[in-house]
Design a protein around this ligand. Structure first.
Ligand code: NAP
Length: 242
């Protein structure tokens, strides 16, 4: 697969799964736009073959997203985004009876509203350019639920609905929209798990191991390179949710 004439924006690409996805597209010749809430570190920028553009804003802030993207599209030599990977996300776990409404709202705001805030302005441009691929990073817990993640599972299930609607709305303009639902992936997010939680999770994964960020990146590259898949969610979870 070759992405040499493609520009790819990966949100939340300062580390973890987002960075692995960005590296996978970079290896195949794409021009990358990295994004995070914090500034992208110089050593991350230096790890790319082709110098990436960078964006820094909180995706939960609709105005900040709109302004940053407006400025990006106004750059003289900017030709548009071909592939958008909505990867930025957070967790704030607590069982339902103990969850603060503010923590519920924050997780939905970042994972679901934040994805909308980034997607809407880019989707408008993709409609005009009559092509594009959008990949939303959902989660297996959006498909199967998970104790302690009422906020996160609701937001990630919402992303699957958003994916289907965007796929239907974008299809006439050759815009494909799909989602990936990773299971347990080695990352900062899963490093926070207690040994007990880790052990019990491993027992419920048929492949008996956590996945790698590259396992998810492989699927993002596959979806972006395919011409006839849209509205689908590909689960990458070692069999956790069969
Ligand atoms: P991670 O290591 O915690 O990285 C999260 C990324 O998102 C960082 O780049 C972070 O930027 C960015 N981000 C977070 N909140 C943001 C905000 N409000 N505005 C802008 N950027 C923001 O996460 P990960 O484990 O790689 O997960 C990546 C995605 O995969 C998430 O959507 C997650 O829900 C999903 N996922 C992960 C797993 C897993 O097992 N790890 C499983 C299923 C799904 P900063 O560096 O600036 O904070």
């Amino acid at each position: 697969m070759n992405f040499t004439d493609k520009t790819v924006l990966v949100t939340g690409s300062s580390r973890g799964i987002g960075l692995a996805i960005a590296h996978a597209f970079d290896k195949l010749g794409a021009r990358l736009i990295l994004h995070a809430r914090s500034a992208i570190k110089p050593e991350v920028i230096a790890s790319f073959h082709q110098e990436p553009l960078t964006l820094q804003f909180d995706i939960a802030d609709a105005k900040a997203a709109e302004e940053a993207l407006k400025a990006l599209y106004k750059q003289d030599d900017f030709e548009g985004i071909d592939i958008l990977v909505n990867n930025a996300g957070i967790t704030k776990d607590q069982i339902t009876i103990g969850m603060l409404p503010a923590d519920f709202a924050q997780v939905v705001n970042v994972n679901l509203n934040g994805t909308f805030n980034v997607t809407q302005p880019i989707f408008k441009k993709m409609i005009r350019q009559k092509h594009g691929s959008i990949i939303n990073i959902s989660s297996v817990v959006g498909q199967m639920g998970n104790v302690g993640q009422v906020n996160y599972s609701a937001a990630k299930a919402g992303l699957i609905g958003m994916t289907k609607t965007l796929a239907k709305e974008g299809a006439r303009r050759q815009i494909q929209v799909n989602a990936i639902a990773p299971g347990m992936i080695v990352s900062d997010m899963t490093d926070q798990l207690s040994d007990k939680a880790r052990k019990s999770l491993l027992e419920s994964i048929p492949l008996s191991r956590f996945g790698s960020a590259e396992d998810v990146a492989d699927v993002a590259v596959f979806l972006a390179g395919n011409n006839y898949i849209t509205g689908q969610t590909i689960t990458v979870d070692g069999g956790l949710h069969i």
